[in-house]
Design a protein around this ligand. Structure first.
Ligand code: PGA
Length: 254
């Protein structure tokens, strides 16, 4: 059975004091868990000071982004090789990177390769815009993003791949996808991965849903057969709320 994975993407939020407080409270609220990986994805500067409390609390650490290159004259960039001493996971292709910072499918693939090359695990985000969904192109867009990111990589190198389905219209809007839509797309993603590699591999990788996950909808989302976890933005900034979302994994597969 695939192990659940719930990750909190703090984006460009929190002071260092806020961050330490969220972790401290989460660790108090959360009993050790064997059925779910819990990942904290803070802003870059907090990664180093938070590493010890996060790991000591039984959580894992992730990064929100990385450069395509490992080193060089790239002012302002942070490379996967720098993150590798601290992080287990790195997000590639978050829609805010794609749409606010112009990251193309090729750039996302470059980042995915950098993450793999440096021994970390990618959380590859895919998802359609509202216009694309309304035009009936959601599956096509997600397939394009998947194929572009994964082509040329071996399934061995991708063994720890996590794919996050995040419809852009659901991110930060309070309007999550319905469980039916989330399940349909997660199953479709598994089919596409099966066609790129094979069914066994497609069944082994984990797929998260992201976009306005909160403590009210988490139970329904986390019990979907093809959804193995959640990528949580706003609701991961409150320790009590994020803790309840993680605990909703218990309602899964019982
Ligand atoms: P949200 O963000 O939970 O605030 O909608 C999700 C994400 O961007 O990963």
């Amino acid at each position: 059975m695939r192990k659940a994975i719930v990750a909190g993407n703090w984006k460009m939020n929190t002071t260092l004091e806020d961050a330490a407080l969220i972790i401290g409270t989460l660790v108090q609220l959360q009993a050790p868990k064997s059925d779910v990986e819990r990942v904290i994805i803070p802003p870059f500067p907090w990664i180093v000071p938070l590493q010890q409390p996060v790991l000591d609390g039984g959580f894992m650490l992730g990064a929100q982004n990385c450069a395509v290159e490992d080193q060089g004259a790239f002012t302002g960039e942070v490379s996967a090789s720098m993150l590798a001493s601290f992080c287990t996971y790195v997000i590639a292709g978050h829609s805010e990177r794609r749409h606010l910072f112009g990251e193309t499918d090729d750039v996302v693939r470059g980042k995915l390769l950098a993450i793999l090359r440096n021994g970390m695990y990618p959380i590859l985000c895919v998802g359609e815009l509202l216009d694309e969904r309304d035009a009936g192109q959601a599956f096509e867009v997600v397939d394009r993003q998947l194929v572009a990111a994964l082509k040329g990589s071996s399934k061995e190198s991708l063994s720890e791949l996590v794919i996050a389905y995040e419809p852009v219209w659901a991110i930060g809007t309070g309007r999550a996808a319905t469980p039916d839509d989330a399940q349909q797309m997660a199953a479709h993603i598994r089919d596409t991965v099966a066609s790129l590699f094979d069914i066994g591999f497609a069944q082994s990788i984990r797929i998260q849903y992201g976009g306005s996950v909160n403590e009210t909808n988490a139970g329904a989302i986390l019990s979907l057969p093809d959804v193995d976890g959640a990528l949580v933005g706003g609701a991961s900034l409150k320790a009590e709320t994020f803790s309840r979302i993680i605990d909703a994994v218990g309602s899964r597969r019982s």
